[in-house]
Ligand binder design. Structure first.
Ligand code: ADP
Length: 160
């Protein structure tokens, strides 16, 4: 069997400790993990793609088999192009479930050869999202235990 490559897709606006938990654990299961930033057209991002790349690179710099990339368009096309084996997604609360089911079944239809794997988040991150982190940071609340150090710094800078 060849090396197993997993794509971990998302907006990562910005990367949180919840994302990092999934990426770190995924990097132990798969030979290689590509964290792929997809520009979600329905969301107005706080960080530019370049800033998001930088933050993910810094947050994952101790994980040698993790790299960062950007893509527009369909996730399955990207996964196909990269010859990925797996799409890796994190599951938080039940609220994620329906949305993820919908995307996964569509992806399966579009590209039957790629499998989607879900990893349940660590309990402490069940209610953590990029949006809530941004909301707290906006009002100068403490976000230090929710995001990597470099992200906390970048958020403080944004909302200065
Ligand atoms: P998207 O816009 O595609 O939902 P996100 O950047 O919000 O992108 O999330 C990317 C992936 O990370 C998704 O699989 C999401 O479920 C997962 N994720 C987000 N926050 C957490 C968390 N706190 N714990 C575990 N997984 C998470």
């Amino acid at each position: 069997m060849g090396k197993k490559l997993a794509i971990c897709p998302g907006s990562f606006d910005p990367i949180t400790n919840g994302h990092l938990d999934i990426i770190t654990r995924g990097a132990k299961v798969f030979d290689e993990v590509i964290v792929a930033i997809f520009n979600n057209s329905s969301k107005q991002p706080l960080f530019t793609v370049e800033e998001r790349i930088h933050l993910i690179q810094e947050a994952t710099k101790d994980l040698p088999n993790v790299s960062v990339d950007v893509s527009e368009g369909l996730l399955v096309d990207y996964a196909h192009e990269k010859k990925a084996d797996v799409i890796l997604r994190g599951l938080r609360a039940v609220s994620d479930f329906e949305y993820e089911m919908q995307i996964t079944s569509m992806n399966k239809k579009l590209e039957p050869t790629i499998e989607t794997f879900f990893m349940m988040t660590n309990n402490q991150y069940s209610f953590l999202s990029s949006s809530i982190v941004k909301e707290v940071a906006k009002y100068k609340g403490s976000i230090d235990c929710l995001v990597p150090e470099v992200v906390a710094k970048a958020l403080r800078e944004k909302f200065k």
